[in-house]
Ligand binder design. Structure first.
Ligand SMILES: C[S@@+](CC[C@H](N)C(=O)[O-])C[C@H]1O[C@@H](n2cnc3c(N)ncnc32)[C@H](O)[C@@H]1O
Length: 302
């Protein structure tokens, strides 16, 4: 059985966030949960609206709603892409052997979904070498820092409890958060050195910023220009033709050669149980997302 479980870790992160929020605002847990449900309903309507979603991620209870409702399924999907993509697996093992580390950038990484996914993939997969992950989370909402730090701590606590000292862990973590808005083109000149990463992941990012497609193209071009030759770009998004078209255009203009698109629809793995979310699950009576209808595609910088 894996040491890392999405719902268990997210439940712990949510519990400590809710406790801090309720104390700070002097409100009951139940009042906070009611607000979380309001955000779950609102966010779901925004994603279905057909226009660019307006999600108030700056609101702590909206971020808790994301951790509760979405993060586990997205992490499981990212893990699935890692499981299915042998090119990516080989790349990771080669990088670790050659550079003693693997540098990953989660672009629009939000709460640290991709970090959770990589931790569980490595935990289940146990590559021959210990992976040293250098993780850069890039997102315009700087408040996400609290959840990805909490996720990182929970991952480390679990590895320590199960395996003892760091030398025995399959993965060690270094992380940085960078608050970057891709529409703020005035800042581009300052970002060059941020983008020396080996692997870039955009999970449910293109569909979140589609009104800003030209900025996203410009940003990706600039990012690719600074990325090492042969660096990998993993795109994951909703299974709709328009996102495949957008990603193809982004990649073409930036000099990324895309492999074929892989459609994936399915459910979360059997080792995950939503009840592990704990207290909040018993209180809100809302089923978090457990399925997806998505695609993944891997690109390589030429
Ligand atoms: C749907 S979430 C995806 C989060 C994560 N990658 C996942 O798969 O769970 C989209 C993320 O994009 C970020 N975002 C939205 N607009 C952005 C922009 N203009 N620049 C940078 N990040 C942005 C949001 O803050 C949010 O964290």
């Amino acid at each position: 059985m894996p040491v890392i479980k999405y719902f268990e870790i997210l439940g712990k992160v949510i519990e400590s966030n809710i406790a801090q929020y309720a104390t700070l605002r002097k409100i009951t847990y139940d009042a906070a949960y009611t607000e979380v449900v309001r955000h779950l309903i609102n966010n779901s309507n925004e994603w279905k609206s057909g226009r660019q979603p307006q999600i108030p991620y700056h609101d702590p209870l909206c971020r808790i709603a994301y951790l509760y409702g979405i993060a586990a399924a997205n992490a499981n999907l990212v893990e699935k892409a890692f499981r299915e993509c042998t090119d990516l697996q080989n790349h990771i093992e080669e990088l670790q052997a050659r550079n003693d580390q693997v540098c990953v950038c989660a672009f629009g990484g939000g709460p640290g979904t991709e970090l959770l996914a990589i931790a569980k993939w490595v935990d289940k997969n146990r590559p021959s070498l210990q992976i040293t992950l250098d993780y850069l989370l890039l997102d315009k909402v700087s408040e996400w820092i609290e959840s990805w730090q909490a996720i990182k701590r929970q991952i480390e606590l679990r590895f320590r409890a199960d395996m003892g000292s760091k030398a025995n862990w399959p993965l060690t973590l270094n992380g940085t958060f960078s608050g970057i808005d891709i529409t703020d083109t005035s800042g581009f000149a300052n970002y060059g050195n941020v983008f020396g990463q080996d692997i870039y992941i955009m999970s449910y990012f293109v569909s979140e910023v589609f009104d800003d497609m030209e900025s996203l193209k410009d940003f990706t071009k600039m990012m690719v220009a600074h990325a090492p030759i042969n660096s990998k770009f993993l795109f994951i998004d909703r299974n709709e033709q328009k996102w495949k078209r957008s990603i193809t255009e982004i990649a073409d203009e930036a000099g990324i050669s895309l492999d074929r698109f892989h459609d994936v629809s399915g459910n979360m793995d059997n080792d995950e149980s939503k009840t592990d979310l704990g207290k909040i699950f018993d209180s809100v009576k809302w089923t978090p997302r457990l399925t997806w209808n998505a695609f993944w595609v891997l690109g390589t910088k030429n």
